[in-house]
Write a protein that binds this ligand. Structure first.
Ligand code: NAG
Ligand code: NAG
Length: 354
């Protein structure tokens, strides 16, 4: 019994680092950031970055991948903040923008890069000396994401559309926007940037940069719906608006949309169905203070719900600790928003051992 109980507590202790917590749509982050990569000054030393534009977190290995755009390299940093000295994983790239890391292989995950300067998405596998082009050309490529079937989505900034390459057919098809047509119509995009696929529904979310909105295109849809920002395509700095949304993440469980609002120097949260967003980090004017941004470019969450933001002109990546994961409904006792999977496993442990 002693052993069983010890085992129980060991598992209980380990679970939080293995399983992602669910982020409540009402969660609060520390608004004071900690710099985990970059010195604030552009440079090419292992401690520095130069206009980073894409970040991706590998949770099992506790690593942060940074697309260090002007240095034409991919840098790796530990999530535990033990050092801010980066390791160069890939170099001599051609202005890599957003990245997606497929962590199927722990030792050297496959890295997909929206290679803006080379007009394509490149796939980098272990030991490669150069990237492999995925699918058709992607002119002024800005974003990349994968779905469960490993279809690869590419954001083709210059032609105002999103492409999808299928590994089954080796074909590239257009899935959002209209080729070379731009504007605020619901079937059009205007210089799309970051993209995200909700792998549970295959809905595609697009940071529609010059339309200053986030568009959601359901699978096989002919037009998008605006889920953040103003659908008429106008920029603004109020809660209903965005000004050059550059990157995004979507919580697949709650459908909350987190937006990098570049020219407003803030991170906005739009709850599912909301008509306005709320600032969860930044929003204190352009600057290099710990509560400020200067051209935020991308965001990511680790599996503990902490927020990471890359900033172009501050040449750094900031960390914002999740400090209160309070549920949206009023409650006097519970502040823990447990994930269903954690609860299921706990139930299983209790049923098995107690
Ligand atoms: C931060 O901004 C201040 C004021 O603009 C400037 O004096 C300082 O050098 C900046 N620090 C860094 C690390 O860039
Ligand atoms: C996939 O298509 C590309 C471009 O048409 C072609 O170069 C390549 O050989 C094809 N790959 C396979 C495995 O058929």
């Amino acid at each position: 019994m002693q052993i069983v109980i010890t085992y129980f507590f060991v598992i209980l202790y380990c679970i939080p680092s293995l399983i992602s917590i669910s982020i409540s749509p009402c969660a609060i982050w520390n608004t004071t950031g900690i710099t985990i990569a970059g010195t604030g000054i552009s440079g090419a030393s292992p401690q520095q970055l130069s206009y980073p534009q894409g970040i991706f977190i590998h949770d099992r290995k506790k690593r942060l991948y940074v697309s260090d755009t002007f240095n034409n390299r991919i840098q790796l940093f530990p999530l535990d903040q033990s050092t801010t000295t980066g390791i160069t994983l890939l170099s001599r790239l051609s202005h890599g923008y957003k990245i997606y890391v497929d962590d199927d292989n722990d030792d050297f995950p496959t890295i997909y890069i929206a290679m803006n300067g080379a007009n394509r998405v490149e796939k980098w596998i272990q030991g490669a000396t150069h990237g492999i082009q995925i699918g058709d050309q992607c002119r002024g490529c800005t974003g990349v994401w994968l779905d469960k079937e490993k279809n690869i989505y590419m954001s083709e900034h210059d032609r105002h559309r999103i492409l999808k390459w299928s590994p089954k057919t080796n074909m590239t098809t257009m899935v959002a926007g209209e080729t070379d047509k731009k504007g605020p119509r619901s079937d059009h995009l205007n210089e799309p940037q970051g993209i995200f696929i909700d792998t549970t529904t295959e809905a595609l979310y697009i940071a529609d940069l010059i339309n200053h909105r986030i568009q959601k295109w359901l699978k096989d849809a002919k037009e998008g719906v605006t889920v953040a920002g103003s659908s008429d395509g106008d920029p603004g700095s109020d809660a209903k608006s965005l000004d050059r949304p550059y990157g995004l993440r979507v919580d697949e469980e709650t459908k909350t949309v987190y937006v990098v609002d570049l020219l407003n120097n803030r991170i906005q949260r739009w709850r599912n169905g909301a008509i306005e967003g709320e600032t969860i980090a930044g929003g204190n004017g352009q600057g290099n203070g710990s509560n400020q941004f200067f051209h935020p470019t991308d965001l990511a969450f680790d599996n503990q719900g902490n927020l990471y933001v890359s900033e172009g002109w501050n040449h750094r990546v900031q960390f914002f600790a999740l400090i209160n994961n309070r549920p949206c409904y009023e409650s006097s006792t519970s502040t823990v928003y447990s994930s269903t999977s954690t609860m299921l496993i706990l139930t299983w442990i209790i049923m098995t051992f107690i």
